[in-house]
Design a protein around this ligand. Sequence first.
Ligand SMILES: CC(C)(COP(=O)(O)OP(=O)(O)OC[C@H]1O[C@@H](n2cnc3c(N)ncnc32)[C@H](O)[C@@H]1OP(=O)(O)O)[C@@H](O)C(=O)NCCC(=O)NCCS
Length: 195
Amino acid sequence: MFPAFAFAGIIARLWNPFCGKEAAVTFPMPSPSPFSSRVQAHIRWMIRRDMPEVLDIENESFEFPWSDEEFLRCLRQRNCIGMVAEIDDKIAGFMVYELHKTRLHLLNLSVGARWRRRGIGSQMVQKLVSKLSQQRRTRIVLEIRETNLAAQLFFKVNNFRAVSVLRNFYDDTPEDAYVMQYRYVAPAEELRKAA
Ligand SMILES: CC(C)(COP(=O)(O)OP(=O)(O)OC[C@H]1O[C@@H](n2cnc3c(N)ncnc32)[C@H](O)[C@@H]1OP(=O)(O)O)[C@@H](O)C(=O)NCCC(=O)NCCS
């Protein structure tokens, strides 16, 4: 059994900034086919032998994909976590994020092209949201390319809001990044207990 990637860190942001440019013009995406349906994914920690499938998804998703080495360099850091979404033992999507004191920083999230618009991306976001709490980490933040409109819409639907603009954030293109943020809202019961 390979060890889980619960490794850490400072990201590959310099080499390959988060939420890379999509491989093809995908906006507006066609509406989901009337035959497509929601699927329930099993979300678990990424392990080393997942890498070939993860790289396939990365390569079909971004114009400037992370390399194998960049994934490993990131996931070796102690605060960097990789997770995959599995359907019938096949990897349909993955995400990579960093743990910080009061926030989670989502560095990469991608769903294989054939699995999109079936709720898998949202399930991974929900998994992240489930890690937030009033006492500890209260926010998820990410940077997204200004041209990646499909992903901006996806995160908006998942209750992220744009909070700032980072001018000329990327080395590979002159575009800006939008910082998007999800804020934890404590359920009334949790607030009552904390009072
Ligand atoms: C963005 C991405 C992760 C979404 O994953 P997904 O599994 O298709 O998302 P979901 O099925 O959970 O979509 C939830 C909602 O988000 C919105 N949405 C998702 N993709 C969209 C698109 N291409 N265009 C417009 N809205 C979109 C829709 O409202 C959708 O609900 P609907 O299908 O009922 O209309 C996926 O398109 C992807 O991997 N893109 C390439 C990589 C990328 O850009 N990642 C993000 C930056 S790191």
